[in-house]
Design a protein around this ligand. Structure first.
Ligand code: LLP
Length: 419
């Protein structure tokens, strides 16, 4: 649940801070996070796991701002990383490498070296060839690399095809049929230590069944592996638990954790979780100002100052984000498209949406923007990335500054011959 409500003057607030104040002081577009909600969501995930041998590794791809990672570190969370850059951020934020799992199909040699040197908890192996390369690199560094195999269990997570990962047609993981062979290979590798088994089947799952189906398949595999004398410590179940954007009713983390704990009972393995969206998704809004109204006879467009470069989810996945006016409006509704300034027809934040009639200068909040919002922002159309602010009680701090025009070109060079 989120923490954005109207006060008695009809102002939409994040914790106790009216969003209108943030817009006035910091400008728009701006991502606004509620620190109390972040804390509550971490607790909501951790409380049901109290007493269970586990490590939660926050999926940094959902949000990797240093302030948020520092909060995760303070609460004892580790990180699920998918790049050297994420590993760098995690460690800078005080997350010990021993709490880092490294997933992703395209780990480069230098990223592998960095992670081996840092001493991460484990690599989640995504292909046969990657296993060989990690063995080689660990040998070159005179170390043993801890690995688990990311098994593709071929279950349908019933989510958007772009964010489904655990089916045969996806690029992720190693086929469940091939996994035993890879474990046997890994066992014979001099510089590999088998420490676990892993799977992640997709994101924004709103039903527990696919998770449990995946666990059931892994259980059969774990028994087969044990039969071959291959044992390990960790069972990594990835992330993927969904949130409410509109009317979805995903299981509460309490139900999710209870169902998993129940399904793995007796396996005697340390559970690793990689939640992203469920922790941060509903902790933030993207605050944006209406620039223009445009009526074409066919459609009404509300042109705002945030675009697909700031929040790409609607353009990329036709994702639905609720839109709330920052001053409560009780008048008539109209159907409109909320669009950004980018020169693409896919640049929309909402399509055919029933909204109060909005005029130039009014502010709106795009809800549930805390996961895969800022992390997917880009400089497309040479637009500086927006700032992020963290609200606590009646105050807030800027945790990521708005980029300047100078930031846009820093790092670029023009060869002398062109001048
Ligand atoms: N672990 C692995 C290996 C993953 O690939 C992912 C997400 C997660 C954990 C975290 O999943 P979560 O708990 O956040 O669902 N950009 C898309 C989502 C892409 C998810 C990719 N992998 C979106 O905006 O919906």
């Amino acid at each position: 649940m989120h923490d954005f409500t109207y006060d008695d003057q009809g102002r939409l607030c994040c914790a106790e801070v009216p969003l209108e104040r943030i817009a006035r002081e910091i400008g728009t577009p701006v991502y606004c996070y509620s620190l109390p909600t972040l804390r509550r969501h971490i607790q909501a995930f951790e409380e049901p796991l109290a007493g269970i041998d586990h490590q939660t590794c926050f999926a940094m791809k959902a949000n990797s701002s240093m302030a948020i990672l520092t909060l995760m570190a303070r609460h004892g969370l580790g990180a699920d990383v998918v790049s050297g850059g994420e590993l760098f951020r995690a460690m800078k934020a005080g997350i010990p490498a021993s709490r880092v799992v490294y997933s992703g199909v395209g780990k480069t040699t230098s990223e592998i070296d960095m992670a081996i040197r840092a001493g991460i908890m484990m690599f989640n192996i995504e292909s046969e060839q990657e296993l060989g390369v990690i063995n080689e690199r660990a040998g070159a560094l005179r170390k043993k690399a801890p690995v688990s195999i990311r098994v593709n269990p071929d279950v349908d997570p019933q989510t958007h095809p772009y964010i489904s990962t655990g089916m045969k047609q996806n690029k992720f993981g190693i086929d469940i049929e091939n996994s035993v062979r890879q474990y046997l290979r890994a066992r014979d590798m001099e510089h590999i230590e088998i420490v676990g088994i892993d799977c992640h089947i997709g994101s924004q799952l709103t039903d527990i069944t696919p998770f449990i189906d995946a666990v059931d398949r892994l259980k059969v595999l774990i028994a087969d592996l044990r039969g071959l004398g291959i044992g390990f410590r960790y069972l990594d179940l990835g992330g993927g638990l969904g949130i409410t954007y509109s009317s979805e009713q995903p299981p509460h983390p309490r139900e999710y954790c209870a169902a998993i704990v129940d399904a793995v009972r007796g396996l005697d393995l340390k559970l690793i979780f990689e939640p992203g969206r469920v922790i941060v998704g509903n902790t933030a809004v993207l605050l944006t100002e209406v620039l223009y109204r445009k009526e074409t006879g066919k459609k009404t467009f509300i042109v705002v100052d945030a675009g697909m470069n700031d929040l790409i989810r609607p353009a990329l996945y036709q994702a639905w984000h609720e839109i709330m006016p920052v001053m409560r409006k009780d008048g008539p509704l109209e159907k409109a498209d909320v669009v950004g300034p980018i020169c693409e027809s896919s640049d929309f934040l909402a399509k055919d949406r029933e909204l109060p009639v909005l005029s130039r200068g009014e502010l709106i909040a795009v809800m549930s923007a805390g996961a895969y919002g800022f992390t997917m922002a880009s400089n497309y159309n040479s637009r500086p990335k927006p700032p992020e602010v963290l609200v606590d009680g009646s105050d807030y701090s800027v945790v990521v500054k708005r980029q300047s025009y100078e930031d846009l070109i820093s790092g670029e060079a023009v060869p002398e011959g062109l001048m």
